[in-house]
Design a protein around this ligand. Structure first.
Ligand SMILES: O=C(O)c1cc(=O)[nH]c(=O)n1[C@@H]1O[C@H](COP(=O)(O)O)[C@@H](O)[C@H]1O
Length: 282
């Protein structure tokens, strides 16, 4: 085991985007996708599905984002598949963003941080999605752990689902929206970081127009492309000047092309090309 601290997540992500393109593919083994792939709805099917995606895309895309719930649903054996997927994806050179959307009071948050952001944990990932809706300060243990291990944290700001606006567009006591408060806290965490901070924001590609200041000096994860209806061509309208820091994320839009590895790679390549065209044309 090496004791050397890895380079900061923001720097590693910037390099991955420069060499592999601006795309994250989500690994969401829905029961319906397992069936479509001709696999059983059990741990064997889960493992086959997951490893097919990792082997097809681990050397191609910048980031792979496993959604933890689809693994937890199978109990400890599903989590064991998740552990193997994280290791295999990192081995292939992809950055792993664990999508678990953790958020709890600070002392419990420390346990989540130890699970995903401590380099000696079996589920250690390059970054983790977290929810700030117990207060941004409750995330401190995760922010500190990420800083120590050189990993990243993506904080939900404006989510892709229509229900999110009820909370995230609400106006706080000082007149800012709740989402803007979160984004401002993220900016403060990333102050002085170069080439890119390691604290990201999650901002849905489905929003049409963000209506907030997205200059947080960190990556902007943009889920909602594909199955939720957004396209790469929508990205300039949502992200404007922050477009270069956006990491569009597609799960079902790519996964539905499996189980053929070449078809999965071609689908991811098409999305990456469309994203590049949208960014360069903006
Ligand atoms: O944090 C996320 O990844 C996320 C945030 C958000 O605002 N919306 C959103 O859809 N996601 C996740 O992104 C993935 C979207 O999947 P597809 O709709 O199949 O591309 C799912 O795993 C969601 O849980």
């Amino acid at each position: 085991m090496t004791t050397e601290r890895q380079e900061d997540f923001g720097a590693r992500l910037r390099r991955a985007i420069d060499t592999r393109g601006q795309l994250c593919v989500g690994i969401d083994p829905h029961a319906s996708l397992l069936a479509d792939w001709g696999l059983g709805d059990g741990v064997g099917g889960l493992e086959r599905f997951t490893m097919t995606v990792v082997e097809a895309l681990g050397e191609q895309v910048a980031v792979l984002k496993p959604q933890s719930a689809f693994f937890e649903r199978f109990g400890s054996r599903g989590v064991a598949v998740l552990e193997r997927a994280v290791a295999a994806a990192r081995q292939a050179g992809a950055l792993v963003l664990m999508d678990a959307k953790r958020g709890d009071i600070g002392s419990t948050m420390a346990a989540y941080a130890a699970t995903y952001l401590d380099k000696d944990s079996p589920l250690f990932s390059d970054a983790l999605t977290v929810s700030p809706y117990l207060g941004f300060g409750s995330l401190r243990p995760a922010l500190d752990a990420a800083r120590i291990s050189g990993s990243g944290v993506f904080v939900l700001a404006l989510t892709s689902n229509p229900e999110g606006a009820q909370v995230q567009r609400a106006t706080a006591a000082d007149g800012r929206t709740v989402a803007q408060l979160v984004l401002d806290d993220i900016r403060a965490e990333n102050a002085g970081a170069a080439p890119l901070g390691s604290v990201g924001a999650v901002v849905g590609a489905t929003l049409g127009e963000a209506g907030v200041d997205l200059a947080v000096n960190g990556p902007l994860l943009a889920p909602g492309v594909g199955a939720q209806g957004a396209t790469p061509a929508d990205l300039p309208g949502v992200f404007g000047a922050a477009l270069g820091d956006v990491l569009p994320s597609v799960s079902r839009g790519v996964l539905r092309h499996g189980p053929d590895a070449a078809a999965l790679r071609a689908a991811a390549l098409r999305y990456a090309d469309e994203v590049r065209a949208a960014v360069e044309g903006a």
